[in-house]
Write a protein that binds this ligand. Structure first.
Ligand SMILES: [Zn+2]
Length: 423
């Protein structure tokens, strides 16, 4: 018996802020595969890498396809390379496509590599060396940065995953205003949430399925199960032709980028973590509308930020007070600030210490350092310097999670509507 092995295909970094999308390129490849009688095994994958990695691609998503490594494998490789040549945004300095072909089984060391690409960052040289060591066929275009994500995309285990249906525009409409009937998106959300999610940002009145860039994507609908996506697609009405559509299996919204840090000093810049700490100071807004505060533990402290685009989330953050113990989820960016994606309240500091009340009902004032308290109304004095604990009404709840609105959410962040799910 001849064992037919699989051929894994990874592609990344073909797009630019001015257009294209690696998923669109993948869907074109899949169409040409179909014409040649080449069938995919499973869903195509869309894999997001560490959002804090330097030189990230737009959206930071690589694509992987899996087919049988049979007599048609050489045709498949030819199609992939032709489409990458044809559709990549080569004029953009920051577009440096990479293509990987790999025959055989995904090994544990390849899985480790993939997690490293999501948790930390990997250089082109490291990726190339690693790819060669496991027997990948490597194709670099320009600097070939895309090989970093291409190897990760074929290698990442998806113990948790979501799906995204991407509908693509006709090429003549690229760059023009999208014609999506917003009422129908509300209807779709009503009928399919929570199987689908991230459709609408209700706090900002924002249609989240519609990209804001000139890419070929008309809309993207995200879900926990693939079955609901065609139903959702049929509900959404559009005023322009849908040229093509494709469902991807993805690590989006799984928190796969988050590593558990047992203490603050264990975290490194450009890494993504969840970590517990005590709020040190009252969160304050600075120029530009960004909100900052520090958390501390026995190992050190770190500045946390809720940035202007997180909108209403800043209001929630402003309810924190010194002494609150919280677990923050997010990543450490350029300025060494922890970008908070969500937080869980572990223990609220719901006590504050006030001067004692006088017998006459008036709150007493300090009579001077270590001289006790006095009452300004009746002149009463007490010698004790001890303040009295008083309960504080809080706008946050112990144990509860608070997250950024949909409009500001990162691709990898697990929304609260998925927090109790694993698939
Ligand atoms: Zn008094």
């Amino acid at each position: 018996m001849i064992l037919i092995r699989h051929l894994y295909i990874g592609v990344d970094d073909t797009d630019s802020p001015d257009g294209m999308c690696t998923t669109y390129l993948a869907s074109q490849i899949i169409n040409r595969f179909a014409e040649s009688g080449i069938e995919l095994i499973g869903y195509p994958r869309l894999i997001r890498l560490n959002p804090f990695a330097r030189h990230k691609t737009r959206g930071n998503g690589g694509v992987a396809l899996e087919i049988l490594n049979d007599s048609k494998a050489s045709i498949a490789k030819k199609i992939v390379l032709e489409e990458v040549e044809k559709l990549s945004m080569f004029d953009c300095d920051n577009t440096n496509p990479g293509v990987i072909f790999y025959e055989g089984e995904i090994t544990p060391e390849m899985e480790d590599y993939a997690f490293r690409a999501i948790h930390e960052f990997i250089t082109i040289e490291e990726a190339e060396e690693f790819g060669k060591s496991v027997g990948c066929e490597i194709h670099k275009f320009k600097k070939g940065r895309g090989i970093i994500g291409a190897i990760a995309s074929i290698s990442l285990p998806l113990d948790d995953c979501t799906y995204e249906l991407l509908a693509y525009r006709a090429p003549e409409n690229f760059g023009t205003e999208r014609k999506i009937d917003h009422d129908s998106v509300y209807e779709m959300d009503e009928k399919t949430f929570p199987d689908t999610f991230e459709n609408i940002d209700y706090s900002e009145g924002y249609i989240a399925i519609e990209p804001k860039t000139p890419c070929p994507v008309l809309y993207g609908i995200r879900s926990n199960v693939p079955e609901v996506l065609k139903e959702a697609r049929d509900i959404v009405k559009v005023g322009e032709p849908i040229d093509d559509w494709c469902i991807f299996k993805t690590n989006q919204h799984t928190d796969m980028h988050i590593q558990n840090a047992s203490k603050i000093s264990d975290m490194k810049q450009f890494g993504c973590y969840c970590v517990c700490g005590e709020v040190k100071n009252k969160p304050t807004i600075i120029d530009g509308g960004h909100m900052f505060f520090y958390i501390t533990d026995e190992s050190g402290e770190i500045e946390c930020g809720a940035y202007e685009p997180t909108k209403t989330f800043r209001k929630t953050v402003s309810y924190l007070r010194p002494g609150d113990v919280i677990r923050v989820y997010g990543g450490i960016g350029e300025q060494n600030t922890f970008n908070v994606e969500k937080f869980q309240v572990i223990r609220l500091n719901d006590v504050e210490y006030k001067n004692p009340m006088c017998e006459c009902g008036k709150r007493m004032t300090s009579a001077g350092k270590n001289k006790g308290f006095k009452c300004k109304k009746c002149g009463n004095r007490i010698e004790s310097n001890e303040k009295i604990p008083v309960g504080v009404e809080r706008d946050l709840e112990n144990g509860r999670f608070y997250e950024t609105p949909v409009s500001a959410r990162r691709h990898l962040s697990k929304p609260l509507c998925r927090m109790d799910l694993t698939c």
